[in-house]
Every structure is written in C-alpha cells, then in structure tokens.
Design a protein around this ligand. Structure first.
Ligand SMILES: [Zn+2]
Length: 142
C-alpha cells in the first residue's frame, strides 16, 4: 500500500487544517507526529462513549475496545468499523510499522501492532491528540 491509495472524503488546504487544529494537533494529525508518552488527556478516560477523529469527527474507536496497555498512549483492540481507518506500511525511523490513518480525512492517528490482547491480537496505539472523546448519551444524562 502507498499514499496514492488515499481517496479522502474531506480534503482541505493544510493552512486551513493548521488554523482549525492548532499547532499541537496539527503536528500529530497532519505531520504524523507522536505526542510524548503518558502526556495524553484521553489516556486515563474510561467513560462509555466513542473516540472520534480529532480532525474530522469520524467515529473511530468505541470505549469498550479501549484497554490499559501501559505503553503511554490510548490503546484499542480494534476500530469500531474497520473501514473507517486506513492502514499503511510505514518504514520511517528504521522500523517497519503499520500506520493508522482516518479514512475520511487521511489524518495520521497512530500505529497498529500485533501484540494486543483479545481475539484479534491487535493493539491500536493512538495519539490522544489525534482523538476527541464523545461521551455516550447515557453518560451525559447521569
Ligand atoms: Zn478524520
């Protein structure tokens, strides 16, 4: 796979993304940056809800797929819907990893590793800055 596979539904000039997202989120989402481990505000969130793409708001991960991986980034066993994320071979930093991007806007989210718990064996290691948390309605009423 390579970047020419990208066919995002949402396309904006990078300047617009930068203005909307602010420098920190822009660096992670649009420049494939990585936040420092254990710095993310969503790391310790355990409420019920959905984790959305920090750039376009696409629903990406359900709270019941989140688990404590002790790796320093929010970790999920699987995306809510596989077709909402795009996986790309990443050979940067002298390693072979699999990058995870939002299918809708092609923003960088994190990486997926094959050492996860559960039947799929996958660990989606996602930057907190690449996500926004949407609490479920049930939680909002309580
Ligand atoms: Zn997105």
């Amino acid at each position: 796979m390579n970047h020419s596979d990208a066919n995002p539904e949402i396309v904006k000039p990078e300047e617009e993304w930068r203005r909307e997202l602010g420098d920190e989120r822009y660096h992670v989402l649009r420049e494939a940056g990585t936040e420092p481990p254990f710095s993310g505000t969503l790391l310790t969130v355990s409420d019920e809800g959905t984790y959305l793409c920090g750039a376009c708001g696409a629903p990406l991960f359900a709270s019941d797929a989140k688990f404590e991986s002790h790796c320093g980034w929010p970790s999920f066993t699987r995306p809510e819907q596989r077709q909402n994320v795009r996986l790309i071979d990443d050979f940067s930093h002298g390693m072979h990893r699999t990058e995870v991007r939002c299918m809708r806007c092609d923003s960088h989210l994190g990486h997926v590793f094959d050492d996860g718990p559960g039947p799929h064996g996958t660990r989606y290691c996602i930057n907190s800055l690449a996500l926004r948390f949407g609490p479920s309605k049930k939680n909002a009423i309580q």
